[in-house]
Structures are given as C-alpha cells and as structure tokens.
Design a protein around this ligand. Structure first.
Ligand code: ADP
Ligand code: NI
Length: 222
C-alpha cells in the first residue's frame, strides 16, 4: 500500500478537480469517468509494484487532457498542459518531468513507434489505461467512439487490418467491430505488470464471448 503525505494528497485532489472541470464536455469515451477508472486501475495495479505512486496517480489523472486525435495531431499539447499545471502547484521538477514523459509515451499509437522512455510508473499507468479499453467497458467505449465518428458497427466486406505504424493506425477509419481485431484483442499480450496481465486475461475472454455472439446474431444464427 502506498501512503501519500498530506501535501501530496492535496496535490492529487487539486489535480483531479482540475481535470474533472476541464473534461466537463468531453466525449464519453474520453471523459472524466474514463480518467477516474484509469486512476483506480492504477492504484490497484500499484499495490503489487514497487513504484512512486505519487507520479503514477498524477500521470493517470492527467493522461488524457488533450488527446492529439482531437487536436490536429499535436502530440506535445497534452504532456505540456499537464506539466504546466503541476508546475503551477509547485510540484518538484523531477516529478513533473516524469509525469510529462509518461503521458507522452502512454498511448497505443506511440507504442507502435520507437520507444524512447521506460519506467515502472509508465508501465502501471499504461496498463491502467489499456484495461479501460477492454472488457465490458472497452466494448462500451469502442461503440461510443464509433458513434461519435459516425462509423458503421460492422462492415463484413472490409476485413480487419493490422497496423504496423503509428501513422497507419491513426489514419484507419475502421468499422467498430474491426477495431477489436486491430487493437482491442491485441492488448492482453501487451500488458506490462502481473496484475494488469491477470485482469486483462479475464476481460479478454469477455470480449471474445461478445464477438462470438455478435457474429452469430449478425448471421441470424441465434
Ligand atoms: P490510444 O490513445 O491508446 O491510442 P485511443 O485514444 O485511440 O487509445 O482510444 C480511446 C478509446 O476509443 C478506446 O476505448 C478505444 O478502443 C476507442 N477507439 C479508438 N479508435 C477506435 C476505432 N477506430 N473504433 C472504435 N473505437 C475506437
Ligand atoms: Ni486514456
């Protein structure tokens, strides 16, 4: 179990309040509740790891302030906003710079490019974020995203395509069911931590059951 100092606890709470306010009108696949789930996942995973949970919790709370997908591909805006906010609370530079690096390196997109940074705290937050993309919540978020982008639920004429680069992945306009084969079903093998792997295994089976049933219903078999 980690225990934060009263001062750290106050910073975490102020950060959560700031992010909740900033994400008031965010789309449901990337809203405050996503942040809160990732934060809780990170705490759960962190119980079994030796890590600086002050860094990990701050990164979890700040990781989706400005997704580049929604900001003309600007990959630096999110990490920069997070760092500026933490500096405004007089958080020490080593902590802020670590949080900034975690946010810059957390996404599935950036994991398809050359990896330039690594830390236990990144592993925890990345697993926490990935867990929220799979299982029951993952299914709900995928269709929320597809709805937002006005994509079809499923397109039986366009097979899923595995993406080998960040660029290719970003430009894909797949039907939502394809996204399961292009990303969501791959996540269980990309988990970093023991706890992350264990939970991902279970959530993965749930998605497989869902897909089997989806295809059976699509074909009018049951
Ligand atoms: P990352 O930042 O790790 O690349 P995203 O921001 O792409 O992850 O994903 C945010 C949420 O939206 C996830 O739940 C993800 O599964 C979903 N999502 C992203 N792209 C698609 C897509 N093409 N179709 C359906 N859901 C998607
Ligand atoms: Ni996220």
């Amino acid at each position: 179990m980690t225990s934060h100092s009263a001062e750290q606890q106050a910073i975490i709470q102020k950060t959560a309040d700031y992010v909740r306010e900033k994400l008031t009108n965010a789309a449901s696949c990337h809203d405050w509740w996503h942040i809160q789930r990732v934060w809780h996942n990170a705490r759960l995973i962190g119980q079994n790891e030796h890590a600086d949970m002050f860094v990990a919790e701050l990164a979890a709370i700040l990781h989706d302030l400005a997704d580049s997908k929604f900001h003309n591909g600007d990959e630096t805006l999110g990490p920069r906003l997070a760092a500026e906010f933490l500096y405004s609370l007089a958080v020490p530079e080593t902590t802020v710079e670590h949080v900034r690096r975690i946010i810059a390196n957390i996404s599935f997109r950036s994991s398809l490019s050359a990896i330039t940074f690594h830390s236990k705290e990144l592993e925890i937050v990345q697993d926490a974020d990935r867990l929220d993309a799979i299982g029951a919540i993952g299914i709900a978020r995928a269709f929320a995203f597809g709805g937002l982008k006005q994509r079809p639920l499923y397109d039986p004429e366009t097979p899923p395509k595995l993406h080998n680069s960040t660029e290719e992945y970003k430009n894909a306009k797949s039907a939502t069911i394809n996204h399961f084969y292009e990303k969501l079903l791959l996540l269980k093998d990309k988990m970093n931590t023991r706890t992350g792997k264990r939970i991902a295994q279970y959530r993965h089976l749930m998605m497989e059951d869902f897909l089997d049933q989806f295809h059976a219903e699509w074909d009018g078999l049951c």
